[in-house]
Design a protein around this ligand. Structure first.
Ligand code: SAH
Ligand code: SF4
Length: 425
């Protein structure tokens, strides 16, 4: 999401006459786009901003700004934490960046803008610009989150949940396809809870599937409790819907899931997995996991490990629980010691790696449709992703420009650590 926001910030500033440079030492304006989902990225954002600010002693005209979720969370406290920061602007206010910068260049007074935008969610950071050969892009359909999982700071830094109008989303996707995009990933914190003007998420996917020229649809992140039968039934039926889903489970024990406020059980989750696999046998299902949530016993944790095996995840991100201010879990005693969290994280990695390997070992010899996005590292090789999200480097006798942005059938011949190898079928 922050990557997508950074691109939108770049578009806003470019439209206002600024120019992006690749060498930060030449920049007249430095922006840190920050994340506060756990304590570690919060520290990183603050220390990175501090590092940039030091350059100001040599270069007085340099402007340093903090944007993103730490900006929303800390507001003008940032000026006390780090003197020398010129502005703090949160995600709902990026359209104001050019005005703030112009104002600072004239008057030099620090600025802090962190209110939530309560107007229409319509054109929230829509994609303005498509770079040449950009085949795949993101489209935000929902902003904010009202789910309030007990560990999660997102609802307080991204604000109330709002859904864009379906017609506008379809129009944006049509426009992107005209400019060469072939794959769209719909973005929202709880993307499958989308509902606007009588259109729910499954209906939105059906409408997008009708967009001529769009080859692939993905979305992130769905919440397990909003995986309706109508939505699951679209797999294998919609032309564009990829056989891959990132479906965060967080924990394998019902006790911990309840304490996290996730509002589903282990059995509910596994039922969704089973229904998905009934529609798409080889579906890539990936997840997010938190270890060491307050009160998580060794037995609870073992249930997370066994769930990884049962669900057969194709990959998983795992995190040590990190208490966040303002969340319901902030008041719970963070009782799993750091060394134990580290041990559980390492144990989870071993089981995740094995699950990942099992998934990938089924792929050699299969035929995958690869959406060609670039040239591979080896001469004569092209690269792209299969529907199951695996990167595939493959040999192809057709020139890149002819197949770029097209689906090419590829037979998988080998597994590399981070990619697959293949040849055009
Ligand atoms: N909206 C998405 C997740 C957004 S946050 C969803 O509901 O799935 C991305 C991931 O960060 C979460 O899935 C969770 O695994 C992790 N995360 C969030 N808050 C955390 C915390 N306080 N400590 C550790 N991990 C956390
Ligand atoms: Fe956070 Fe839960 Fe909302 Fe995801 S659904 S952003 S984990 S509160």
């Amino acid at each position: 999401m922050n990557f997508h926001d950074s691109r939108r910030i770049e578009e806003i500033l470019t439209a206002a006459g600024h120019e992006a440079v690749t060498d930060a030492t030449r920049a007249e304006l430095l922006l840190v786009n920050s994340c506060t989902i756990r304590e570690k990225p919060w520290h990183k954002a603050i220390s990175e901003t501090g590092r940039f600010r030091k350059r100001k002693s040599r270069d007085h005209a340099l402007l340093v700004g903090l944007v993103g979720c730490v900006a929303q969370q800390e507001g003008d406290r940032v000026f006390k934490l780090l003197n020398g920061v010129d502005f703090v602007i949160s995600p709902d206010n990026y359209q104001q960046l050019p005005a703030v910068i112009a104002h600072l260049q004239e008057r030099g007074k620090p600025a802090c803008i962190t209110g939530f935008d309560r107007g229409e969610a319509e054109d929230f950071l829509g994609v303005q610009e498509v770079r040449s050969h950009e085949i795949s892009t993101f489209v935000t359909i929902t902003k904010g989150c009202d789910e309030r999982c007990h560990y999660c700071i997102v609802p307080s830094v991204r604000g109330p949940e709002r859904h864009r109008d379906a017609d506008r989303i379809v129009a944006e996707v049509r426009g992107l396809v005209k400019r060469g995009v072939r794959e769209v990933t719909l973005l929202g914190q709880k993307v499958n809870a989308y509902a606007a003007g009588g259109v729910d998420f499954a209906e939105l996917l059906r409408r997008l599937d009708d967009v001529d020229g769009l080859l692939r649809l993905r979305f992130t992140s769905p919440h397990p409790r909003h995986m309706t039968d109508d939505l699951i039934g679209l797999y294998g039926r919609l032309r564009t819907l990829c056989p891959a889903i990132h479906l965060p489970v967080q924990a394998g024990s019902d006790r911990v899931l309840a304490a996290m406020g996730r509002r589903y059980t282990r059995a509910d989750y596994l039922r969704v997995v089973e229904k998905l696999r009934a529609r798409e046998k080889d579906m890539a299902i990936s997840t997010d996991l938190i270890v060491g949530f307050p009160g998580e016993s060794q037995r609870d944790f073992e249930q997370t490990l066994s769930l990884i095996g049962e669900a057969g995840f194709s990959s998983a991100f795992s995190f040590m629980y990190s208490p966040r201010p303002g969340t319901a879990a902030w008041d719970l005693h963070d009782d799993v010691p750091l060394v134990e969290k580290e041990r559980r994280l390492a144990a989870a990695h071993v089981v995740i790696d094995a699950s990942e390997r099992r998934f990938r070992e089924t792929l050699p010899g299969t035929r995958q449709d690869v959406l060609v996005e670039g040239k591979g590292r080896m001469p004569g090789q092209l690269t792209g992703r299969a529907g199951n999200f695996q990167i595939v480097n493959f040999t192809c006798d057709r020139p890149f420009d002819e197949v770029c942005g097209r689906l090419v059938p590829v037979v998988v011949t080998a597994i590399n650590p981070n990619s697959l190898e293949g040849r055009m079928a």
